[in-house]
Design a protein around this ligand. Structure first.
Ligand SMILES: *Cc1c(COP(=O)(O)O)cnc(C)c1O
Length: 350
C-alpha cells in the first residue's frame, strides 16, 4: 500500500453541524451542503451520518449528485439541486424526488411545463450576480410562482465571510424586499451568514465549509487527517539539489524523505518549497518541487526512527493553514484531495 491515508472524522462533522445548528433558534432548520461529493470528503457517508443526527435538508449542485445522494439516504429527506432544473433533468428529478432550486424565468417556465406538480424552490439574485431571478424578473413572475407553492425562497451571499463588508446588509435588504410577506420558507445564510447574526437566519441555514472544519467557523473541530507514506530516505551532502528544476540546495548535511503524494493528489505545485509536513510533532519543511506523485521533505530534525508516514493535514496543520501556504482557500484544499487516498471514516483525535 503506497497511497496516503485520509482519515475523515464523521463525529467531528456531526459536532460541527450541531454547533452551527445550536447558533440559531430551534425553529430554524440547519441544512447540509454536500455538493462536490461533500467537499471532497464523501457525500454519502457524511449525509447518512447527519441524517441520523437529525438533518432533514441536503443540497448538491447537480441533479446527478442528487441521484447518488437519494440512493444513500433513501426516501424522506429533502434534496435541493442548486443548478435548478436544467434541460433534460425532468425524468431524474421526478424519479429521485429531487427539488430543483430554479434560477431563472426560463427555468421556472421549463419546470412548470415539464413537471407541474413537482416540488421546487426559487433562487433570488440579491447581489452576487451568479444564480437566481433578479428583482425585475421576480416581480414579473412572483404572483404566478407563489400560487404554485414553492418550498423555499433562497439567495446566496457574496461576502458573508467578511462581517464588515457592506454588501452583507445590502443583500439582506434586497432579500427581505423580495420575500417579506410571501409566507414561504426562506434561506439566506451559508456558514458565514450564520455567524453574522440572527437577522440572517430566516427558516433554513445552509452551512458547508463550517461542517468540514474550515474558516470562517473558527470554533470548528478539525475533520481530516492526511498521512503520507515515506517511500525512501537519503542523505544529501551540502551543495546537492532536490527535485525538478533543482530549486532547493542543501546547505548542510540533510536527511531527505521522499513521500508518496503529489500534485495529482491535490498537493498543489504552488506548495513547492512552502509547505510543512510533520513527523509526529516535528515540522519537516517540504523542499524542492512538488511533482506528480511525490514530494520531498527535509526530515533532518526528526528523531532517528522516522515514522512510516508524514502528516500533511491534522492537529499540527489544518486545511486553512495549508491553504494559506498554497495561496488558496480551505474549500479548494478539500475538494482537490485526490482519489488515490485511502479514505477512512474513523475518529481523528486532536
Ligand atoms: C456552497 C454553498 C453554500 C455553503 O457555503 P459555505 O461557505 O461552504 O458554508 C450555501 N449555499 C449555496 C448556494 C452554496 O453554493
Amino acid at each position: 500500500m503506497a497511497s496516503g491515508t485520509l482519515d475523515i472524522d464523521l463525529s467531528a462533522i456531526t459536532a460541527n453541524w450541531r454547533a452551527l445548528d445550536a447558533r440559531t433558534p430551534s425553529g430554524v432548520r440547519t441544512a447540509v451542503m454536500v455538493k462536490a461529493d461533500g467537499y471532497g470528503l464523501g457525500a454519502s457517508p457524511i449525509a447518512t451520518r447527519l441524517r441520523a443526527a437529525g438533518a432533514e435538508d441536503f443540497f448538491v449542485a447537480l441533479a446527478e449528485e442528487g441521484v447518488a445522494l437519494r440512493t444513500a439516504l433513501g426516501p424522506g429527506p429533502r434534496i435541493g439541486i442548486l443548478s435548478g432544473h436544467m434541460s433534460g433533468d425532468a425524468p431524474i428529478l421526478a424519479a429521485h424526488d429531487l427539488t430543483p432550486m430554479l434560477t431563472s424565468r426560463a427555468q421556472v417556465a421549463r419546470h412548470l411545463h415539464d413537471l407541474p406538480d413537482h416540488p421546487f424552490g426559487i433562487q433570488l439574485e440579491t447581489g452576487m450576480n451568479r444564480l437566481g431571478l433578479d428583482p425585475q424578473d421576480w416581480q414579473a413572475v412572483a404572483a404566478e410562482v407563489l400560487a404554485r407553492g414553492p418550498r423555499l425562497l433562497m439567495s446566496h451571499m457574496a461576502c458573508s465571510d467578511d462581517p464588515a463588508h457592506p454588501l452583507n446588509a445590502r443583500q439582506l435588504a434586497v432579500f427581505r424586499a423580495m420575500t417579506d410577506g410571501t409566507g414561504v420558507r426562506r434561506s439566506l445564510a451559508s456558514t458565514g451568514g450564520i455567524l453574522l447574526g440572527r437577522a440572517y437566519d430566516f427558516d433554513l441555514t445552509r452551512p458547508g465549509i463550517g461542517l468540514y472544519g474550515g474558516a470562517p467557523f473558527a470554533n470548528a473541530r478539525a475533520v481530516v487527517r492526511l498521512s503520507l507514506p515515506v517511500v525512501q530516505v537519503r542523505t544529501l551532502e551540502p551543495g546537492q539539489t532536490v527535485g525538478y528544476g533543482a530549486t532547493w540546495t542543501a546547505s548542510r548535511p540533510t536527511r531527505l524523505a521522499t513521500v508518496a503524494a503529489g500534485y495529482a493528489d491535490g498537493l498543489f505545485r504552488a506548495l513547492t518549497n512552502r509547505a510543512t509536513l510533520y513527523a509526529g510533532a516535528v515540522p519537516c519543511p517540504l523542499v524542492g518541487r512538488v511533482s506528480m506523485d511525490l514530494v520531498t521533505a527535509d526530515v533532518t530534525a526528526a528523531p532517528g526512527d522516522l515514522p512510516d508516514q508524514l502528516e500533511l493535514l491534522g492537529p499540527h496543520q489544518g486545511i486553512d493553514a495549508l491553504a494559506q501556504a498554497a495561496g488558496t482557500i480551505g474549500y479548494e484544499i478539500l475538494t482537490a484531495l485526490g482519489s488515490r487516498y485511502d479514505r477512512q471514516y474513523g475518529q481523528v483525535a486532536a
